[in-house]
Design a protein around this ligand. Structure first.
Ligand code: PBG
Length: 335
């Protein structure tokens, strides 16, 4: 047997490219910029009204007058888009969520004000009925409590048109009904809203990570023990996400989204590789709450973990991230 003498040095030294900051900066493959971030905000009626969302430290429900300086801050920081979510007065909630169609409702008024004050700042709205329904589901129910698809799509189409008429830039259907992207796209075209972009929540999973969001919009109580498993996707599925994305693109979505974010980065990567369309991920309320809670206990370094989590989305192939950290991250990046 011929014994080979050991090599006098490692054949490869990958550490050369990690030796100093300039080299690491030079060879880094992915980066986060403020332009990658979409900032979700919660609005409610009134003036000078700020309510902390206890399960989301650092996040408040704001009245429009208090939201305007936040929007100004986002524009200054280079954050391209605000995503609006309403906490609707309980007296306006009904089984059919018809307040969602009110052209003078909270969201249309906030959209008009934002577009008037900050025309260069993108505004995106959620299309779904959960903030408006007395039961907290995203659509209307039949006698057995099943969410009826086609009737819901009709209402959602009206909701999207109401937002478009108020001047919104992007509508984001988050309801997971079948056929809603096609119905909304057709209605927008017919009504002349040819520039309104659709960001489809295409692969939205029935996730327990949405808990704090349901506190923020005030739907947790109404939902009670009910779940959204008959329309949101099963967390065990991956191929199904590709089918959902294919359908939404064929029906006219401009951008697609995967939600939640960090636990579903494999889905982000598959979607991006397969379709090569603008792909977004939503770092949802529960992900935000986990990082905040660990940081508050001194168990994790807040800023370092925040930035690493956002970078992970870019590495997985996301073009952008909806994140409650958007302003904190943009502030760090522009320091
Ligand atoms: C509702 C909607 C939800 C989120 C965005 N839109 C919650 C849900 O489906 O119950 C979750 C966002 C988050 O958790 O941050 N259509």
């Amino acid at each position: 047997m011929h014994l080979q003498s050991p090599a006098p040095f490692p054949q490869n030294r990958p550490r050369r490219l990690r030796r100093d900051a300039f080299t690491r900066n030079l060879v880094r493959e992915n980066a986060v910029t403020p332009h990658d971030l979409i900032y979700p905000v919660f609005v409610h009626e009134g003036s000078q009204r700020r309510e902390a969302v206890t399960s989301m430290p650092g996040v408040d429900r704001l009245s429009l007058d208090l939201l305007l300086p936040v929007a100004e801050d986002c524009a200054r920081l280079g954050i391209p888009v605000l995503a609006l979510f309403p906490a609707i007065d309980p007296s306006l909630k009904t089984p059919d969520g018809k307040e969602a169609l009110n052209p003078d409702g909270l969201i249309p008024r906030v959209v008009r004000a934002l577009k008037k004050e900050f025309p260069q700042l993108g505004v995106m709205t959620d299309v779904a009925l959960d903030p408006y329904t007395s039961h907290g589901q995203d659509g209307v129910l039949d006698d057995t409590g099943y969410i009826i698809n086609d009737e819901t799509v009709e209402i959602l189409t009206g909701q999207a048109l109401t937002h478009a008429e108020a001047g919104v830039d992007i509508v984001a259907p988050s309801d997971m009904m079948d056929g809603r992207i096609g119905a909304i796209r057709e209605a927008l075209e017919v009504q002349g809203h040819i520039h309104t972009r659709i960001m489809a929540y295409s692969a939205k999973y029935a996730s327990a990570f949405y808990g704090p969001f349901r506190d923020a919009v005030g739907t947790r109580g109404a939902l009670g023990k009910a779940d959204k498993n008959v329309y949101q996707m099963d967390p065990g599925n991956s191929d199904e996400a590709l089918r959902e994305v294919a359908i939404d693109i064929a029906e006219g979505a401009d951008m697609v989204m995967v939600k939640p974010g960090m636990p579903y980065l494999d889905i982000v990567r598959r979607v991006k590789d397969e379709f090569k369309v603008p792909t977004f991920a939503y770092q949802v309320s529960g992900e935000y709450a986990m990082i905040k809670a660990a940081a508050a206990n001194g168990w994790l370094d807040h800023d370092a973990v925040m930035m690493e989590s956002l970078l992970a989305f870019k590495r997985a192939g996301a073009d952008g991230v909806l994140t409650y950290f958007a302003r904190d991250a943009a502030r760090l990046l522009t320091k």
